[in-house]
Write a protein that binds this ligand. Structure first.
Ligand SMILES: NC(=O)c1ccc[n+]([C@@H]2O[C@H](COP(=O)([O-])OP(=O)(O)OC[C@H]3O[C@@H](n4cnc5c(N)ncnc54)[C@H](O)[C@@H]3O)[C@@H](O)[C@H]2O)c1
Length: 329
């Protein structure tokens, strides 16, 4: 059975998924919508029988896709998900799922009520390095975790504005928060300190903090710190270090380093996490079996809640307890 897909948003990450999907059998991408009509039209040229549409409603009702990819910037979430949910269509949405709590909370509640198939773009969960770290953690006791996203500023215009991206911790470092939840356990308390050091002066219209450090308490008693900066002129650490009674696990985009009493071993990660992520979503649409999806909307909501709590803590200077601000019914 050929699975027909539609895309809402046809920018950078949409093309990454499209390249991945083009390597799979039994997929037809038939429909595109983007606020920038030329982008939708250009994307449609690459797929036989695909069309660009001028509204989401027209696209969904004409193309009748089996699944929808929602690849819009953080501030643009809401109406796309609502229109897709009204029609009961499974969707894959990119992280972050919003820039505040209200819209994602109401989407999460509706997804839960409908039992809809969803997937969220936390692709680190699909890496072999993460899988191996998870297996090692099962036989060790975690003490603490240290996460990092230390680099430069992505230059898409919406990124430099709090009302566009939600800031670095919400937009980018959310991947590391999600790994902490996936590997270490649920977060109960968040305390954050952010500052604006150089980017506000260097980049016109920039109002996102360019350094920040966030302390997390976990339900199981472990603690974590995740720091980020977007002020560097070079790339530095991106990843998560786990400190356990058996040694240290260093997870990076390129692999896993294990530091244990008898030496150091390194796994070079050859996996294609976006392929695994997309395949899991397509498999779920085709069969109804959602077991391969490692991040669905309800789970991603919990990661999102932690990142928004960090923004709130940085603003108020107070500890934020998770679950006290907003609940998904
Ligand atoms: N999983 C990952 O590692 C990863 C990597 C890159 C980007 N992303 C996420 O993907 C999202 C998009 O990022 P991008 O790099 O593709 O951005 P982009 O700016 O390259 O593309 C976004 C596209 O969405 C369109 N758009 C904006 N508002 C819209 C709306 N209301 N309806 C329809 N289309 C709309 C824009 O015209 C643009 O074509 C962001 O949330 C980003 O965090 C995730």
């Amino acid at each position: 059975m050929t699975i027909r897909l539609a895309f809402i948003g046809a920018g950078g990450i949409a093309h990454h998924h499209l390249n991945t999907l083009s390597r799979m059998e039994g997929i037809a991408v038939t429909a595109f919508y983007d606020l920038d009509a030329a982008r939708a039209e250009q994307a449609a040229l690459n797929w036989s029988h695909a069309s660009a549409y001028s509204t989401i409603e027209e696209m969904l009702d004409t193309a009748k896709p089996d699944g929808v990819y929602i690849c819009v910037p953080p501030m643009a979430h809401g109406s796309a998900e609502e229109l897709v949910m009204e029609r009961g269509i499974p969707f894959m949405v990119e992280k972050p799922i919003g820039i505040g709590l209200d819209t994602p909370a109401s989407i999460a509640a509706a997804v839960k009520k409908q039992g809809l198939i969803t997937s969220v773009g936390y692709h680190w969960r699909y890496m072999d390095a993460v899988e191996q770290a998870k297996a090692r953690l099962a036989s060790s006791k975690l003490g603490m975790a240290m996460g990092y996203w230390m680099g430069g500023m992505p230059m898409v215009p919406w990124w430099r504005k709090m009302h566009g991206s939600g800031g670095q911790f919400v937009e980018q470092t959310t991947h590391i928060v999600d790994l902490v939840r996936y590997l270490c356990g649920e977060v109960t308390e968040v305390y954050a300190a952010y500052a604006e050091r150089v980017k506000r002066d260097q980049v016109e219209g920039c109002d996102v903090p360019d350094v920040g450090t966030v302390t997390l308490k976990l339900e199981n008693g472990a603690v974590a710190n995740i720091s980020n900066t977007c002020m560097l002129p070079v790339s530095h650490h991106v990843g998560l270090d786990l400190y356990t009674d058996q040694g240290v696990l260093e997870i990076r985009g390129h692999g896993l380093k294990v530091i244990h009493p008898s030496g150091v071993s390194e796994l070079k990660d050859g996996s294609d996490p976006t392929y695994q992520e997309d395949e899991a979503f397509i498999h779920a649409i085709r069969t109804g079996d959602t077991s391969r999806i490692r991040s669905d909307y309800i789970d991603a909501w919990k990661t999102h809640e932690v990142t928004i709590a960090a923004n709130e803590s940085a603003q108020t200077g107070k500890v934020v307890r998770i679950g006290e601000t907003c609940q998904v019914e």
